[in-house]
Design a protein around this ligand. Structure first.
Ligand SMILES: [Zn+2]
Length: 207
């Protein structure tokens, strides 16, 4: 018994010298393969692909105008507001990154008040997913008055327009806690600015 034990002991001792290295290498390789497989699976089920730049997958054409669904709802907003006696003016829609940067410089070294908190690429306008509105009053003046009640129904026209916009699926910049942007309406289709900056775009047709 002793001899056998001593023998196995010796065998074990020898094995202990040579095995762990091979085992460690094998385990590391398995771990790498498992991580690679997991990443591949997550990309396949589209859980993490939007964390990656889209150029890794395909080419995307630059955005040059308003998203068609946003444009459609902009027209609905104007028409539905008109129907209750409110003249809505769309003061801005798609903005190129250069235009956004020019806007950003306003009030920062350039004359005038600060009009935006974001540089080029940081606004939903840069992806054709946002519009800005104002009200036109009889006589033709354009106003940004949140309390004006031109149709005389006891409710501020501005908030009536916002209510219509929300029903159409827009979210309103006036709801933002840090820098409320009262003329601003956007449709993000579930895309964050980071995702849009990485080149991801909402489909042009509803899915
Ligand atoms: Zn805006």
């Amino acid at each position: 018994m002793n001899a056998i034990n001593r023998e196995t002991g010796a065998f074990r001792a020898q094995a202990a010298l040579s095995r762990p290295r091979r085992r460690k290498k094998g385990r590391a390789l398995l771990a790498v393969l498992a991580v690679a497989a997991a990443i591949y699976a997550l990309i396949e089920v589209k859980m993490i692909e939007r964390l990656l730049p889209i150029e890794w997958f395909r080419e995307v054409p630059p955005v040059t105008g308003l998203h068609p669904i946003v444009a459609e709802n902009r027209d609905r907003l104007v028409a539905q507001s008109q129907a209750i006696g409110i003249d809505v003016v769309i003061t801005d829609d798609f903005r190129s990154e250069e235009e956004q940067n020019a806007l950003y410089r306003k009030g920062r070294g350039e004359e005038g008040a600060i009009v935006t908190q974001v540089k080029g690429g940081g606004s939903y306008h840069n992806y054709g997913l946002a519009i800005d509105f104002a009200l036109r009053i009889p006589g033709g003046d354009v106003i940004w008055d949140l309390k004006y009640d031109g149709n005389g129904n006891g409710q501020p026209d501005w908030m009536e327009v916002v209510a219509i916009a929300k029903k159409l699926g827009f979210s309103w910049g006036g709801d933002w806690k840090s820098f409320p942007d009262y003329p601003h309406l956007q449709m993000d289709f579930g895309y964050s600015i980071g995702e849009l900056q990485r080149g991801w775009r909402p489909p042009l047709q509803p899915e």
